[in-house]
Design a protein around this ligand. Structure first.
Ligand code: 3PG
Length: 394
């Protein structure tokens, strides 16, 4: 029995995808389909580095069978959706089901970790309003976890050179700014409001690409920005606890993350590191950038006084909250980078929008955030706009 499916490029090229090994691109026998055309161009992108940018001729014999695979692969930089039309047999259907289940699990884990991170992050910031230190601790926790994982061989040590770190530097600067700005935002406004404004990231992406890089987009992409910008504006003007620093923090975070993606695309082509290790290296470099800045902006004196105050108000649980927000920050980001190894950029961006909905709804429920109907309408319009944007980008 034959069926037509869309499939992950990595999974197609790596049968190890079914056995939980660290994903790496490999040239090896395909698991369940035949007659793939020859491949003479392979290149790897490193932001989401495991995807193959061209598999026209895969080095397999031309006379393997009659089924033809049209592999239109892509750079794994969220720039193009993956469209692979592959005819598979019963075994292929089994693989497809396994892959769907795996992606579902990645998504569920990513959203759940993100919700937990956002809850603890806000609880900590409410008691200890020092977002620069909190941002630093979350990067430190991730860096420490990965260094231990590499030292104990739980995770493969990435083979990276000086060129890699140089190319990663601007990405890490943008990541640091985006991370601190989001945390500053959440220290000033409701979590839901920060995430409503953060749902406008696609609008920033299009505007920066259009006006700074001269990239043109189809008209539907521009049209999809209308509900995104309009919805965010409506949510902002009707936000009961509006705060300019909180608003600007979320806006700066959007801008910084757009530049993070642009630098990743520009600097990292041709380098190969797994999603998990890429994010680990990004955390370590960002930590080195952020630590002196955090000391300069807030500093140990303020931290010590604030820590004592938070401990006296919350009790020893406060330390666990800080640990939880730090560890969950790393874990949700790690899972999101790992899931990028598995899915198309389009699926990822839809997943990210769904993630924002989960965070907005759960934080409103948990923190009893006051919200007016017109405010909720603005958020809904903005989120709808990001879905339309994802579709228009196809
Ligand atoms: C951060 O602190 O880096 C932000 O909360 C990131 O938010 P996002 O991953 O949902 O864009």
């Amino acid at each position: 029995m034959m069926s037509l499916v869309k499939y992950s490029a990595w999974c197609l090229t790596n049968p190890a995808s079914l056995s939980h090994t660290v994903p790496r691109p490999q040239l090896c026998t395909f698991p369940s389909f035949n007659n793939v055309q020859h491949c003479n161009q392979l290149s790897f992108s490193s932001l989401k580095p495991l995807h193959i940018s061209s598999v026209e001729k895969f080095g397999l014999s031309a006379n393997l069978g009659r089924r033809v695979t049209d592999c239109r692969a892509y750079e794994a930089d969220r720039s193009r959706p993956l469209e692979l039309n592959i005819e598979l047999n019963d075994e292929g259907e089994g693989i497809e089901a396994t892959q769907r289940l795996k992606i579902g699990l990645y998504f569920a884990t990513w959203w759940a970790l993100n919700v937990v991170f956002n809850i603890y992050n806000k609880k900590v910031l409410n008691a200890f309003p020092y977002p620069w230190l909190i941002s630093t601790l979350s990067l430190a926790a991730g860096s420490l976890m990965m260094l231990i994982s590499w030292a104990t061989r739980v995770a493969d040590v990435p083979k990276v050179n000086l060129e890699f770190w140089k190319a990663l530097f601007p990405v890490a600067v943008a990541h640091t700014i985006g991370h601190v700005a989001a945390t500053v935002s959440m220290s000033k406004v409701a979590v839901s409001f920060t995430h409503i404004i953060k749902s406008a990231e696609p609008a920033f992406s299009v505007l920066v690409s259009r006006f700074l890089l001269g990239e043109a987009f189809p008209v539907p992409v521009y049209l999809s920005l209308v509900p995104i910008i309009g919805g965010c504006a409506l949510a902002a003007v009707t936000e009961l606890n509006f705060n300019m620093i909180g608003f600007m923090g979320a806006m700066i975070s959007n801008l910084a993350f757009v530049f993070r993606n642009i630098f990743s695309k520009k600097g990292m082509k041709g380098m190969s590191v797994s999603g998990m290790n890429y994010y680990a290296c990004l955390s370590i470099l960002s930590l080195l950038i952020l630590t002196p800045l955090a000391i300069a902006v807030e500093g140990p004196k303020l931290w010590a006084a604030g820590w004592q105050k938070a401990l006296s108000q919350i009790g020893p649980n406060f330390v666990w909250w800080v640990a939880a927000q730090s560890v969950f920050y790393h874990l949700y980001n790690q899972v999101s980078y790992m899931s990028l190894d598995q899915i198309s950029p389009l699926t990822f961006s839809i997943g990210n929008t769904m993630k924002r909905i989960s965070v907005i709804v759960s934080s409103i429920l948990i923190f009893h955030t006051p919200i007016q109907p017109v405010n909720a309408l603005g958020a809904a319009i903005a989120i709808l706009g990001t879905f339309l944007y994802s579709q228009a980008k196809q």
